[in-house]
Ligand binder design. Structure first.
Ligand code: FE2
Ligand code: FE2
Length: 292
């Protein structure tokens, strides 16, 4: 159970390491330990748990997993420009492991939907502005490949803030917290818990590297630090708006469970990421505070 509750495992490495040293260490770690196989996780108990679940919680679980399924598949298909734009072989090597892992996460949810929910795809597709704008971000990164270094770095910084900083570092991390508190801590869905644990271990490397990249550029140049803050501020209202909404499934509306506390968990992760990048003295604006 304690492993299910551990959702803080982000690998930031040693502060004195260069980005290439961090990338090389994470590359080594990913090829040695990132070897779990989504097809080997047992879903038998999950099927029984799902059968016994109340209709509103079934709708919630399916919608929750559907958001993850969509997010993993979306990034897996769009991630190549992040690899291509990285400035060194070791950074590209490490990011190539992230690409494979995002496909692995997609594979896990595809299998879960088919075997546990009896569905090939989620019944509803939640509008998610942070993900829905990722194609545009990927295209911009490609356009930047031939530009002078200063422009290229600015594009990389914005793309890392958007994906590793906001989608993985805030949105997905808040999602893991929610799963643990709504389902995992009650001992339900052991196969899904196992999958989330494995995914989180991978994501610890993804977010860890992303935070190191952003911290590196924020310390190097105040205008890049401001760019990072600007991207966070742009997306924050969009990702905040997704919580606390009723879920509509098969024509019925369901309220989210009380334990979700989605907005509160989201803002905790937001503050954590600000500290990872800017240290403890980041200046909070009114829009960036949480009030229940
Ligand atoms: Fe992922
Ligand atoms: Fe990831």
């Amino acid at each position: 159970m304690s492993a299910v509750l551990n959702v803080e495992d982000v690998d930031l490495g040693e502060p004195s390491d260069s980005l290439d040293e961090v990338a090389q260490r994470l590359w080594r770690k990913a090829i040695a330990y990132g070897t779990w196989d989504p097809s080997k996780i047992d879903f038998e108990q999950d099927k029984r748990d799902y059968e016994r679940l109340a209709p509103e919680m079934r709708a919630y679980l399916e919608s929750f997993c559907g958001a993850f399924y969509h997010a993993e598949e979306n990034v897996a298909r769009l991630f190549c420009p992040w690899i291509m734009s990285a400035p060194s072989t070791w950074q590209q090597a490490y990011l190539s492991t992230q690409l494979v892992e995002e496909f692995k996460h997609t594979d896990f949810f595809a299998r879960y939907f088919k075997e546990v929910f009896g569905l090939l795809t989620p019944k509803r597709r939640l509008h998610n502005p942070a993900h829905d704008s990722l194609l545009e971000r990927a295209q911009k990164l490609l356009e930047c490949l031939d530009r002078p270094e200063e422009d290229r770095i600015a594009c990389i910084v914005e793309a890392f803030t958007h994906y590793q900083g906001i989608i993985e570092g805030v949105q997905a991390n808040a999602g893991y917290h929610i799963f643990v508190h709504v389902f995992g801590k009650h001992g339900l869905f052991p196969g899904l818990s196992q999958g989330f644990r494995n995914i989180q271990r991978d994501e610890g490397r993804h977010v860890g590297f992303g935070m190191r990249v952003l911290r590196h550029y924020a310390q190097r140049d105040a205008s890049l630090a401001e760019r990072i803050r600007a991207v966070y501020r742009t997306y924050l209202p969009l990702i905040r708006a997704r919580y606390g909404q009723p879920i509509e499934l098969d024509g019925v509306r369901y309220e989210p469970p009380e334990e979700e506390r989605g907005l509160e968990r989201l803002m905790e992760m937001y503050e954590r990421r600000m500290r990872d990048i800017f240290g403890s003295h980041w200046e909070v604006t009114e829009q960036e505070t949480y009030s229940p």
